[in-house]
Design a protein around this ligand. Structure first.
Ligand code: AHR
Length: 360
């Protein structure tokens, strides 16, 4: 072999080695080990900005986890998460930042219903589709969002009130002897509007007394504070309508510290608590008979949101509104079913097995 040929062979081998090493480097840069045993390759991820209300309740924490699990890289989605700490101005800032970041989709769990027209209009102008979750937005133009996923809060309240009516009838309690305090959620949130107005209509229809309605922002410590004060002002209270489980937990603490008892029988002087969410913590109190009825508010909305985004993205048809399924759990057998929209609706008697299976 001539010196020239040797030189050409050396250069060819060098070039091939470089190409091979560069190729290996490129491949390893593309691979990311996120879960043991699962290798991820960089593909075209959809970027989604999610503005969450906050972390005010066990329900909210479960909702965040469900959405984070479903809008994951494993499902082809890069999620940018923002916690607004219960403040609408923080949510508006987050949405504007998502627009600047040129995300593909925006998911918004709005703290209250009003005040969204301008910022959702900005998202629309930037061509970014918006999905609303949990509470609703009250906007002039419904095309400002693609779809909504959440609970029927008015129906939840109807279930609670029909149960209370049936309970009072079975126990032969006169409507005028039912003295309720309403520990409300965040004023202006769809969950608060639906639950408060449902109680107001039922009280008017059945003749119950609402002694007071006070907001506690779905938070345990605030509810304890509010209830402590209400117990002093209204010693005749015998029903507390808590607009979520964390408020019920705070209410139980206030009742017990005052020397009274939370229970299922108001004919024995106990204070009966109705709650919403049916989280593990809430249902634990149902099993202890400190909450008489817990109407479920299902936070597991992540998969539905992921499927909606995929449908919008691939141009498939999708529903504008999706309501999640929900049950109601009671501490005793006084009422086992109610008539809801002319059909029988079962009230589930809570058992230890049901509680054990609860995911959140
Ligand atoms: O909007 C849903 C409500 O918000 C849940 O009932 C409550 O727990 C949460 O914080």
């Amino acid at each position: 072999m001539t010196d020239n040929k040797k030189r050409i062979k050396k250069i060819t081998a060098y070039v091939l080695a470089c190409v091979f090493s560069f190729g290996m480097l490129f491949l390893s840069a593309c691979q990311k080990e996120e879960k043991p045993g699962v290798v991820y390759y960089d593909v075209d991820y959809l970027t989604v900005g999610f503005s969450q209300v906050g972390a005010e309740s066990d329900w909210r924490v479960a909702n965040t986890e469900s959405i984070k699990n479903s809008l994951s890289r494993y499902n082809g989605i890069d999620l940018i998460f923002d916690d607004a700490q219960q403040k609408q101005d923080k949510q508006i800032l987050a949405i504007r930042k998502f627009i600047q970041q040129e995300v593909d989709y925006i998911v918004l769990a709005p703290v209250t219903e009003t005040g969204w027209d301008t910022v959702l209009g900005e998202a629309g102008e930037a061509g970014i589709p918006v999905i609303i979750v949990d509470r609703k937005v009250d906007v002039k133009d419904d095309s400002l969002y693609k779809a909504w996923v959440g609970s029927d809060f008015a129906r939840e309240s109807e279930i609670a009130c029909l149960w209370l009516k049936a309970y009072a009838d079975r126990k032969h309690i006169r409507p005028e002897d039912i003295n309720i305090v309403d520990i409300q959620g965040t004023l202006g949130a769809t969950a608060q509007i639906g639950r408060t107005s449902g109680l107001e209509s039922a009280s008017y229809e059945y003749g119950w007394n609402i002694l007071a309605s006070v907001p506690a922002d779905y938070a345990q410590s605030k509810a304890e504070e509010v209830m402590t004060d209400l117990l002093r002002r209204y010693p005749e209270v015998n029903v507390v309508y808590c607009e979520n489980d964390n408020e019920a937990l705070g209410t139980i603490d206030a009742i017990e510290k005052s020397g009274r008892k939370a229970g299922t029988d108001i004919t024995k002087g106990e204070i009966l608590i109705i709650s919403f969410d049916a989280t593990h913590a809430g249902l634990t109190k149902v099993l202890e008979k400190k909450i008489a009825l817990d109407v479920e508010c299902n936070p597991l909305q992540g998969e539905t949101i992921r499927d909606l985004i995929k449908s919008v993205d691939s141009g498939e048809e999708f529903p504008k509104y999706t309501y999640v399924e929900e049950k109601a759990f009671s501490a005793d057998e006084t009422v086992s079913s109610i008539k809801l929209s002319d059909s029988d609706y079962e009230i589930t008697l809570l058992t230890g097995e049901i509680l054990e299976e609860r995911q959140y």
